[in-house]
Design a protein around this ligand. Structure first.
Ligand code: 4AD
Ligand code: MG
Length: 481
């Protein structure tokens, strides 16, 4: 086995025939007769398999038997133009080595068409299905595109800490980090846990957001972004929430809310276009998968657009921009509100529910929507206060089928206003001294936002459960693998 290994993706595109090649991968299917076996081999480099043709007379009987679905192989042979349908090239095998067999009785991926729920239970093997291969190749491409976009637009990638002492979003939904064994916590005189004994000498948690530290970077480097894991101990068992998810958080000095919206819209369009330009094989497969799934649904439940059309539609049209207050008026005058169809009643001051967001995007505007100027009471302490005394310069971007994909704001740059909000919201001022100091020394107007990476991947792939777009999901009562 001297031949250098080629990736199947490259072999399938090759027109350089009648040369010796080596391919390695896993058997997807084997069919044939007593004389010849046809093996569909996949190595993850593409959704497409290469056909390996084995002239049975030239091979050991046991070897042929060992080549079953799931087995891993190395194949030496001649790359030839294929006469068969559905493929342009194939390998005429000369030598085959089986690295690992896969017992037909127990290998769980025998039959086609497993449910996504079942595949979640075998997340260690689900990469080997077409669907998850496509999803995770696209996830990689999107991560790369995020870095490329920011690099090409004068941003610096800033690594913000995962262990923090502050609660950026102020929602109190944090996972504690400690070296003290359960049951061995020391107590202070007033009965609280004495964190001075702990590893960091203070209470620490897994971060819910890199934003506060990104702001520190932006006040010197101008444009920075983070891209890392974030953690939320919120007990929301929904198809759109994870306890551990990846977030992209750009932060820009000298940006107001309008600059912020322009950047976010431009970035989202860039990412969607990148997927269309670079992931078409996988997108076509996922689109077909959705079309097959839709056939099982009633006419009403079916979506109006196929996946690729939906992605193109995002690039072509401007997003709609309006204020929260305007959105509330639209919702109040909507059919579902008048007929009492919303589960959560619409009133100025409420946090919009998924049903409201989806009405605006999917029914009313039929476009992505950017909402700004939310009531201050439902948003985080750091957002810039508007002159009306009631609203803040928040910005949420709502997408079809997803709801909120981005949340961000212009930040409060006035030391006095920020401090008074911190006190009003009873955030411990002593923990925030470093954040406050950026407003004391050379403060500037600045803005930023957070893009939920898995929500982006949901949108691009058309998958409907967030557990299916991250390799190993962390959700309530679930940390297997
Ligand atoms: O709206 P969020 O909470 O905003 C922030 O964390 C800000 N610090 C961002 C910033 O301004 N730098 O979260 C931002 C995005 C949401 O719009 C959503 O896409 C995603 O993160 N997100 C989640 N994704 C999966 N699971 C969860 N539990 C999520 N919570 C938020
Ligand atoms: Mg939000």
């Amino acid at each position: 086995m001297e031949q250098r290994r080629s990736f199947i993706k490259d072999l399938l595109q090759s027109t350089d025939f009648d040369r010796e090649v080596n391919a390695k991968g896993w058997v997807r299917t084997k069919r044939g007769n007593k004389q010849v076996a046809f093996i569909a081999l996949n190595d993850g480099s593409t959704i497409n398999n290469i056909q390996v043709v084995i002239d049975i007379a030239n091979f050991d009987e046991k070897l042929i038997k060992d080549i079953t679905t799931g087995a891993s192989l190395s194949v030496n042979g001649t790359l030839v133009k294929s006469m068969g349908q559905g493929q342009s090239v194939e390998i005429q095998a000369k030598e085959v080595e089986v690295y690992g067999t896969a017992d037909t009785e127990t290998y769980p991926l025998q039959k086609k068409g497993h449910s996504l729920e079942f595949l979640r239970e075998i997340a260690h093997l689900r990469f080997r299905t077409n669907t998850f291969g496509a999803v995770f190749r696209i996830r990689h491409a999107m991560a790369y595109a995020v870095h490329k976009y920011f690099n090409d637009n004068n941003f610096y990638y800033l690594h913000t800490p995962i262990i923090t002492g502050s609660d950026a979003e102020g929602a109190g939904e944090m996972f504690r980090v400690t070296t003290v064994k359960a049951g061995e916590e020391k107590r202070t005189q007033d009965g609280k846990i004495d964190f001075s004994e702990d590893f960091f000498g203070k209470e620490t948690n897994l971060t819910v957001s890199g934003q506060l530290e990104a702001e520190l970077g932006a006040t010197a480097l101008s444009n920075v972004y983070t891209f890392g894991p974030t953690f939320r101990a919120e007990n929301s068992n929904t198809p759109r929430h994870l306890a551990e998810f990846w977030m992209i958080e750009p932060e820009m000095a000298f940006y107001d809310i309008h600059d912020n919206m322009d950047l976010a819209e431009d970035m989202l369009k860039y990412l969607v276009k990148y997927a269309l330009d670079n992931c078409m094989d996988d997108l076509k497969f996922l689109e077909q998968r959705l079309i097959n799934e839709e056939k099982q649904k009633s006419q009403q439940e079916r979506s109006e657009m196929a996946l690729i059309e939906k992605l193109k539609f995002i690039i072509e049209d401007d997003f709609v921009r309006l204020t929260y207050t305007e959105a509330i008026d639209i919702l109040k005058n909507s059919k579902p509100a008048k007929k009492g169809k919303f589960q959560f009643p619409v009133e100025w001051g409420i946090d919009l529910q998924s049903e409201h967001e989806r009405y605006l995007v999917e029914k009313h505007f039929k476009k992505p929507v950017i909402l700004i100027d939310y009531p201050k009471d439902i948003k985080a302490f750091y957002m810039k206060q508007n002159d009306d005394g009631k609203t803040v310069r928040a910005m949420d971007i709502l997408f079809p089928g997803i709801g909120e994909i981005i949340g961000g704001s212009q930040r409060e740059e006035s030391y006095e206003k920020l401090l008074s909000r911190i006190n009003e919201m009873e955030i411990p001022e002593k923990d925030m001294w470093w954040y406050l100091e950026t407003r004391k020394f050379g403060t500037v107007p600045h803005s930023g936002y957070g893009l939920g990476f898995e929500r982006l991947i949901l949108f691009i792939t058309g998958m409907t459960n967030i557990r299916d777009v991250i390799p190993f999901p962390r959700t309530p009562k679930n940390a297997e693998f």
